[in-house]
Design a binder for this molecule. Structure first.
Ligand code: PRT
Ligand code: ZN
Length: 304
């Protein structure tokens, strides 16, 4: 299937996601849970939206901000680290960025950390003066060094950043970390966080003025609904009327519950939408405080 011409895009929304990599499956899953479905093309670079006029473009994550800036796609799902690095690049060349973060999406969490050799005794950032720092995020690192007033040398690398100190290319690194296992395997330890990152929905700075405005608003509403319900569960239980205040104290993350009397007794049947994680411990605490017949049900969709 050939890519529809840009002029045809105005009636349809085009969202870029990572073709393959850490964010690709969760991005697809999120869009699918917003009710989107697609017809895959043979080259698997473009998927035609079937349930809504919303198409997918499958690309490298680093290309997403520029595709939005160029108008080749309308929205994108990308790491905040990639977006922020490209914003910093545009700012330093005095260009106003054409894209920005629209929503944090709650997956792909990681940090952009400074990490030093394990045998360093770390005191504070002033130790970085005159050091060589290897990174794939030169823009963000430069911004941070400027705000700290530190004069250090940035060694830009596109990959294998963690090995740079061992190879003598740098004294320390500034790199993405999630579990920290890669740093540890390279005898490095994290000492400072420059950016907390996760996958975000990126979009243009200027609002859409055609049919895409309504499509983007619809998608955002659905996305907000899905994100809000991420850890939410419907809790059903019965309790004596007098235990209710103590039980509600154990449910600070619950919406006001629906309460129904059971056959003219003092027993109440309750249902409450809870937004926090419903662990076994929480259920046991509720039981201890007087709840019985506790049931936890998944919530798939909600339209307020
Ligand atoms: O091919 P393409 O360019 O699209 O993909 P990519 O190789 O550039 O990106 P990919 O798939 O590796 O990562 C995509 C996004 O996932 C990143 O931009 C981040 O927003 C996010 N993310 C989350 C991570 C990590 N966690 C992560 N751990 N990206 C990279 N890493 C690296 C980290 O730098 C380290 O080298 O994974 C390694 C293992 O990390 P530890 O700390 O768990 O050992
Ligand atoms: Zn990439």
């Amino acid at each position: 299937m050939s890519l529809p011409a840009l002029t045809a895009v105005r009636e349809r929304l085009r969202i870029a996601i990572q073709k393959s990599g850490r964010l690709s499956d969760p991005a697809r899953a999120l869009l699918a849970s917003c009710g989107l479905s697609w017809r895959e093309s043979r080259d698997r670079l473009f998927c035609y939206g079937e349930s809504l006029p919303v198409d997918l473009l499958l690309v490298r994550d680093d290309d997403i901000p520029r595709l939005i800036a160029d108008g080749a796609c309308d929205l994108g799902i990308v790491g905040r680290n990639v977006l922020a690095e490209q914003v910093s690049g545009r700012e330093s060349s005095q260009l106003v960025p054409a894209f920005r973060e629209w929503r944090a999406l709650g997956f792909g969490a990681c940090r952009l950390d400074l990490a030093v050799p394990e045998d360093w005794i770390w005191r504070d950032a002033s130790q970085l003066a005159g050091m060589r720092i290897a990174t794939s995020y030169p823009g963000l690192l430069e911004q941070w060094l400027d705000t700290q007033g530190i004069d250090a040398q940035i060694v830009p690398l596109t990959g294998s950043v963690e090995i740079a100190p061992k190879l003598g290319q740098a004294d320390l690194v500034c790199d993405l970390v999630s579990s920290g296992a890669t740093l540890a395997a390279n005898q490095l330890k994290p000492v400072l966080t420059l950016l907390q990152s996760e996958a975000v929905l990126a979009g243009p700075v200027k609002p859409f003025t055609d049919a895409r405005a309504e499509l983007a608003a619809l998608l955002l509403r659905r996305m907000d609904g899905v994100l809000r319900l991420k850890d939410s569960k419907l809790l059903l239980f019965q309790a004596q009327r007098q235990t209710l205040p103590a039980l509600m104290k154990l449910l600070p993350d619950a919406e006001p519950p629906t309460v129904m009397p059971v056959d003219g007794t003092d027993t109440l049947a309750l249902q409450a939408l809870c937004h926090g994680v419903m662990t076994w411990q929480r259920l046991e605490d509720l039981k201890h405080a007087g709840a019985c017949g506790l049931m936890v049900l998944p919530v798939e969709r909600m339209l307020a």
